[in-house]
Each structure stands twice: as structure tokens, then as C-alpha cells.
Design a protein around this ligand. Structure first.
Ligand SMILES: [Ca+2]
Ligand SMILES: [Ca+2]
Ligand SMILES: [Ca+2]
Ligand SMILES: [Ca+2]
Length: 385
């Protein structure tokens, strides 16, 4: 069962952070600003104000409770103070040979339609179960809102690949839909989706694991590429080990191909799950290239509509991908409807981001999290293990 423990704090954050040391970024950025159309689910927006919150998780001891730490963004009510919640929810595990390890999949999203991210894990098994809890904004601790049986043993597994998050809003009602992906014996994938609007269940054939190197596959959360309010299916593969990545975007009703794009390189890049960085309502492709250790990383953002790629340097490269340096995080921290170029620096527990609302001329951030924590917003990001 999901463990329930809650610690509620309202305490000073150390700083709203000012030290933006040295040259962590440079280089051109030509992203254009367009009017945002429909409001979308904002990643890790537990408080529902349209800005991603500062969220980390302790997920290092197999079998131990997952400890979630979330601080409201912006810090309120005044400078140097933030709304903070810490609680245990779900069970930690590791990503190797997942059928043989205790492991909850961490799938926070808005499943209830109040525009606040819910605290959610999916526990593999027969059946798989989504445990959904409302984020505890008030006092009283975290309580289970619903347990939804969905999926079966063996779902959501690609050998040696932890990046397997198929959650999306595939019917366009603003709520995440329960989704599990199953590979046939020949590797062909079927996406099992339960509509949050109607409860209707459907099986959508899309993509395959066959013919790709082990571990060279990411299943990413759904994203809207044609601005119709419904997410498409997102599958990413390499053809040769450690080579270029190809994104396959599928219609979430028929499984028909919507778009195919080669972008990024498995060996050198963090691949951020597609989302709208340009502000046109269509998800874009993001590859964060890890250059020589200690030098700036390069964010390549491919506008999916125009196929134009921009580059911006931000954060510190770690070509070992061991997570000790900057990890990209996926969120809209300034709340302008566009995702931001952003990292979490585990060595000093700081989030740093380019405000997209300033066309990436202003860096902001927040210190938050405990040593050893991982940023929650890195869980839909693929990289070499
Ligand atoms: Ca939905
Ligand atoms: Ca769509
Ligand atoms: Ca876009
Ligand atoms: Ca933004």
C-alpha cells in the first residue's frame, strides 16, 4: 500500500537565490514569442497557479518509501518564504530488470481536472494500479483519492530503459488519461488508454521495440503536436546503439503516424519529453547536449511546426550522465505558458532557469531539495544509463 506520512512545514528557504555564478550560459537564442492559445496542463504545478513548482524526490533506497518534497513557486507569502510539503508516497526501486524489483513508476499529472498536479504512482503488477492522491495543499496530510486498476504484469517495460511514461490527455478534456503500454512477443506496442472523459477503453497499436538496440527506446508522455487539445503518442528510438534519435508521433485514436523527426543523439544528449517551448501551442523537440565536462551544455530546441532549430547554452555539462551535475528539468517556471530552459544542480540543490517571458535574457531560480534528491521534473527525460 501507499505509505502515508506527512510533514508540513512553513519555513524559510535559504535564499530566493541570487548567485548566478560565472558563465553558465551564452550564445544566441532566436525563439520567437507567439500568443499562447489554450491553457494546458503545466508539469509539476501542484498548487495550480500555472507555474511549475520546485519538486524533488528521494528515490535511492530500493523498497523504501518515496519521499516527495515540494515547494510552491513563487515563494509565498513573502520573500524567502515558501509553501513546503514533504511526504512519503509510493515505493522506491531501481530501473534494472524492473519485473524483479519493487518499483513504483512516478507519474504525477492532473488526473482530476482541477489544474493541479496530483501525486501519482503506478505500481506494476497483475493488475497494475494507479494510486492517485490530491496534493495536500491544506493541513491533514496526503490521502489516497483513488486507486485505479489499469495495465497488467509486463506493461511499461523496455529492457534497461527507465524512461517509460505514456501518460497524456488523449481525449482532450484537460485530465490525464490512465495509460499502459504493452509489447507483444514480437515487440509491437499497443497503448491501452482509459478516457478520463468517458471511461471508455481503447487499444491503439503504435510503434515497436523490434529491431532497436536494448535500452535505445524512450516512451515519453503524450504531447499535442497539432494544437487540437489532444495529446499524441510519443515514441523515441535509436537505430544504431548510442546513435541519432528518431521521434515517432502517433494519433492517439488510430495509431496513425502524425510526424516523424530525427533529432538529437542518444550518446551525448539529454532528451526532454516534447512540450511547447515556442508558444504556438504545439509541442517541440528538445535535446540538451552535454559538451566537455564543466563547460556549458547546449539546448537545441526544434520547433516542430517549422522544423527550425535554435541553440542556447545553459547549465553545466556532464557527459557522464551520472546526475551529479546539472540535470534538465521540464517545466514552466515563470508561468507564461511556454516551457523554460531549466536545470537542477544536485551539487547545491538549486533550480536555475531562463525566464522564457524575457526571451531568455533573465536567469532565475530557487534553492530547494535535500542532498541526494532527484528533481521530479527530470522523470520524463531520457539519457544514457
Ligand atoms: Ca483526458
Ligand atoms: Ca493533438
Ligand atoms: Ca511549439
Ligand atoms: Ca515559461
Amino acid at each position: 500500500m501507499v505509505s502515508r506520512k506527512n510533514t508540513i512545514n512553513l519555513r524559510s528557504l535559504l535564499t530566493i537565490f541570487a548567485v548566478l555564478v560565472t558563465v553558465l550560459w551564452c550564445g544566441a537564442n532566436t525563439i520567437t514569442t507567439n500568443a499562447q492559445t489554450t491553457p494546458r496542463r503545466v508539469p509539476m504545478d501542484f498548487t495550480g497557479d500555472g507555474r511549475s513548482d520546485w519538486a524533488t524526490i528521494a528515490n535511492s533506497v530500493v523498497g523504501a518509501p518515496l519521499r516527495w518534497r515540494i515547494a510552491g513557486n513563487p515563494a509565498l507569502p513573502g520573500p524567502n518564504q515558501a509553501f513546503i510539503r514533504e511526504f512519503d508516497y509510493g515505493i522506491a526501486g531501481n530501473y534494472e530488470n524492473p519485473p524483479n524489483n519493487i518499483r513504483d513508476y512516478i507519474y504525477p499529472d492532473d488526473y482530476t481536472g482541477d489544474r493541479k498536479t496530483d501525486v501519482v504512482v503506478w505500481r506494476p503488477g497483475a493488475p497494475g494500479i494507479f494510486y492517485v492522491a490530491e496534493f495536500p495543499i491544506g493541513t491533514g496530510g496526503i490521502t489516497l483519492n483513488r486507486a485505479v486498476r489499469w495495465g497488467q504484469a509486463g506493461d511499461n517495460i523496455s529492457p534497461n530503459n527507465p524512461v517509460f511514461n505514456p501518460i497524456g490527455d488523449y481525449d482532450g478534456d484537460g485530465k490525464a488519461d490512465y495509460t499502459a503500454v504493452r509489447a507483444s512477443s514480437s515487440g509491437d506496442l499497443t497503448w491501452y488508454i482509459m478516457s478520463s472523459a468517458t471511461g471508455a477503453q481503447r487499444a491503439v497499436p503504435f510503434g515497436t521495440l523490434a529491431g532497436f538496440p536494448e535500452g535505445g527506446v524512450y516512451v515519453f508522455p503524450g504531447a499535442d503536436f497539432n494544437n487540437d487539445g489532444k495529446d499524441e503518442l510519443v515514441l523515441v528510438t535509436t537505430i544504431v546503439e548510442f546513435g541519432p534519435l528518431t521521434y515517432y508521433i502517433g494519433d492517439s485514436t488510430t495509431g496513425a503516424g502524425v510526424m516523424t523527426r530525427q533529432f538529437g543523439v542518444f550518446e551525448t544528449d539529454y532528451s526532454v519529453a516534447p512540450a511547447d517551448y515556442t508558444g504556438d501551442g504545439r509541442a517541440d523537440f528538445v535535446a540538451v547536449r552535454q559538451n566537455a565536462a564543466g563547460t556549458p551544455a547546449t539546448w537545441y530546441i526544434n520547433n516542430s511546426a517549422t522544423n527550425v532549430t535554435t541553440a542556447a547554452n545553459f547549465g553545466i555539462s556532464d557527459p557522464t550522465f551520472e546526475g551529479g551535475q546539472d540535470m534538465p528539468v521540464r517545466g514552466d517556471y515563470d508561468g507564461d505558458g511556454r516551457l523554460d530552459i531549466a536545470v537542477y544542480r544536485r551539487s547545491n540543490q538549486n533550480f536555475y532557469y531562463f525566464r522564457s517571458s524575457t526571451n531568455n535574457t533573465v536567469v532565475d531560480g530557487q534553492k530547494f531539495g535535500a542532498p541526494g534528491d532527484e528533481p521530479l521534473a527530470s522523470y520524463a527525460i531520457g539519457y544514457v544509463y
